[in-house]
Design a protein around this ligand. Structure first.
Ligand SMILES: Nc1nc2c(ncn2[C@@H]2O[C@H](COP(=O)(O)OP(=O)(O)OP(=O)(O)O)[C@@H](O)[C@H]2O)c(=O)[nH]1
Ligand SMILES: [Mg+2]
Ligand SMILES: [Zn+2]
Length: 326
């Protein structure tokens, strides 16, 4: 048996033991004999995490994380045990879904777990980074998470025709596009409605206003997000760790740190093309079965672009992401 296989087996065994711990804690309806109980990860900081007691929302304990837990992020369900000062996370429940992105070394890391919605936030300031939106949308499609697009800072001049025209292209291919101004508390009702009873991660470039929107949606959370206005007076505020918040009407919001670039290098070409939802009707029909829809003759996707059935910028986004891949 190869070393790699052995370590995969070990990893599976560790996971199986963790899942047994999780079921025991859940079956006992809270505390089991060993005092372990279910918990929800609110935020993760290095070797520690803030864990909330699901039976007592708002009751948060800073916990150490057992070394055999490979990854822990906001939204994870865990089993933990209270200790004299703080607590310890014993096991992580398997995830229903997760949002991943590459770290500084290009390795894919989970950012948020168990979400069923992604809100990609844009603004005219800072100007949208070419095709970051398409990357997020493709990552969400591939992970089976529904993505919405939110244009924030509609109070700024420049939030007019140009960007709205760009966004109408996304409405045409079936994405829900919302408009808001965190500064003027505009558009919040429609946003609240779209988020109710979902677990939603807010993503997008640094400075587009993800934290500001969440703060505007959760006026009662002032104290925790309050750091925002304080830091703002010093000229900038940047989220450094993802954090989960509860919506009063039901549902969870996960604020995440903004990024500049987002590689999708982990998607093989076939999955990448399928993650562009409007490409799907044209896939699998090209002359070559392994067509990457570049220069190949007899490409049905390129024909769809030529006929206007698929938008040229989205096709160029696809090629650009594919190019990063090579
Ligand atoms: N004019 C205007 N400015 C806004 C609005 N929303 C946020 N801002 C400003 O934009 C800046 C960035 O806002 P943040 O909420 O920190 O942005 P973020 O997306 O959370 O940034 P990161 O945490 O770095 O990813 C702050 O100076 C906010 O005051 C808005 O609706 N209108
Ligand atoms: Mg932020
Ligand atoms: Zn093709």
């Amino acid at each position: 048996m190869s070393g790699r296989k052995l370590s995969q087996n070990q990893a599976r065994r560790v996971n199986r033991l963790q899942q047994q711990k999780v079921s025991r804690a859940l079956d006992s309806g809270g505390l089991d004999a060993g005092d372990s109980r279910p918990g929800l990860v609110i935020s993760r900081f290095g070797k520690q995490a803030d864990i909330e007691d699901p039976a007592d929302p708002g009751n948060i304990t800073r916990c150490h994380i057992r070394a055999n837990i490979d990854s822990l992020v906001a939204g994870d369900r865990v089993v933990w045990r209270a200790e004299a000062d703080g607590g310890v996370v014993l096991a992580r429940q398997d995830r229903i879904s997760a949002l991943h992105r590459p770290d500084a070394l290009g390795r894919m890391r989970a950012v948020a777990a168990n979400l069923d919605r992604l809100v990609v936030v844009l603004a005219t300031e800072p100007p949208p980074h070419a095709n970051l939106l398409d990357r997020y949308l493709a990552a969400a499609e591939d992970a089976g998470i529904e993505a919405l697009v939110l244009l924030n800072k509609t109070d700024l001049p420049g939030s007019g025709t140009g960007i709205r025209e760009l966004l109408s292209g996304y409405q045409e291919i079936g994405y829900h596009v919302l408009f808001a101004s965190a500064r003027e508390a505009g558009g919040l009702e429609a946003l609240r409605e779209a988020l109710a009873d979902h677990t939603t991660a807010f993503v997008g470039q640094s400075g587009v206003g993800k934290s500001s929107i969440i703060a505007a949606l959760l006026p009662h959370e002032e104290l925790r997000i309050g750091a925002l206005s304080e830091a703002e007076s010093k000229g900038r505020h940047t989220t450094t760790a993802a954090r989960l918040y509860h919506l009063t009407q039901g549902g969870e919001l996960i604020d995440s740190p903004g990024i500049r670039e987002f590689s999708l290098a982990f998607l093989e070409p076939v999955r990448l093309a399928a993650a562009f939802r409007e490409f799907r009707p044209f896939l699998g029909r090209c002359r070559f079965r392994d067509c990457r829809h570049g220069e190949e003759p007899g490409c049905e996707l390129r024909a769809a672009v030529a006929s206007g059935a698929v938008s040229e910028p989205r096709y160029r986004s696809y090629l650009q992401i594919l190019g990063d891949d090579a």
